[in-house]
Ligand binder design. Structure first.
Ligand SMILES: [Zn+2]
Length: 236
């Protein structure tokens, strides 16, 4: 913990004055945002005026559904794209697509906004946002078939939602990751994935693998992994 002279990290008590300030902030937030075409893709959420770091941008409003209800929806239902879940609490928020709100915000690998779950789920500025700037947050998706990311940030991972769970990876998962990386021609997360892959591969083996995986014949990479004993099963 960093100790700053004369300051504590103690949460401020929820007073009437604070509540009034919060209500005003919430009311003002409607004037802060608008919908507009985005360079990242489709439409996006944009600041109409300067938003200061820590300022509330908009509430994460919508209809609450249980995770079971969302999961029961057909695979291609739009809920799956937009449902914003709180896994701890067992419910997801489904936005009103006609409103101007959080659901318009695109993903970025270096977002200027963050979901503040401590403040009852608001989108909050994580740094100063200039007027007309696009408002973004990290979707935090965890899935093996990610969407390509077009956020344009210097350290863009290239994918939305490519995360690496700990523990063992079965052959099917490895093969699928490889195919995803190949399809998106995205070497960076692929490389990171294999470094994380139980440290089984040394640098020269990784180089061989990347040459094969990003060469003309991606199946050669899988064959090579089978020969090297990295994969024991070519996938289902
Ligand atoms: Zn990105």
């Amino acid at each position: 913990m960093v100790v700053t002279k004369g300051k504590t990290n103690k949460a401020k008590p929820w007073t009437q004055a604070r509540e009034a300030h919060h209500e005003k902030e919430l009311a003002d937030s409607k004037a802060l945002i608008r919908k507009q075409p985005s360079a990242i893709g489709g439409s996006g959420l944009f600041a109409t005026r300067a938003i200061g770091r820590g300022q509330l941008i908009c509430p994460l409003d919508g209809t609450r559904k249980t995770h079971q209800e969302v999961e029961a929806a057909p695979r291609d239902h739009w809920w799956h794209e937009y449902a914003l879940g709180s896994s701890a609490e067992g419910w997801s928020v489904i936005p009103d697509l006609d409103s101007v709100g959080w659901h318009l915000a695109n993903h970025s690998c270096n977002p200027n906004a963050i979901i503040d779950s401590k403040r009852d789920n608001y989108l909050v500025a994580r740094r100063d946002i200039a007027p007309d700037q696009e408002i973004t947050f990290d979707y935090g998706w965890e899935r093996f078939e990610p969407m390509p990311c077009h956020c344009g940030e210097e350290h863009c991972s290239g994918n939305i939602g490519l995360h690496y769970p700990g523990g063992d990876f079965d052959a099917f998962t490895v093969a699928r990751m490889m195919r995803t990386a190949y399809v998106y021609r995205n070497k960076v997360p692929f490389k990171r994935f294999f470094y994380a892959f139980k440290g089984q591969l040394d640098a020269s083996k990784l180089d061989t693998l990347f040459e094969l995986a990003f060469g003309s014949d991606k199946d050669a990479a899988v064959e090579w992994m089978l020969r090297e004993g990295i994969l024991s099963n070519p996938g289902r």
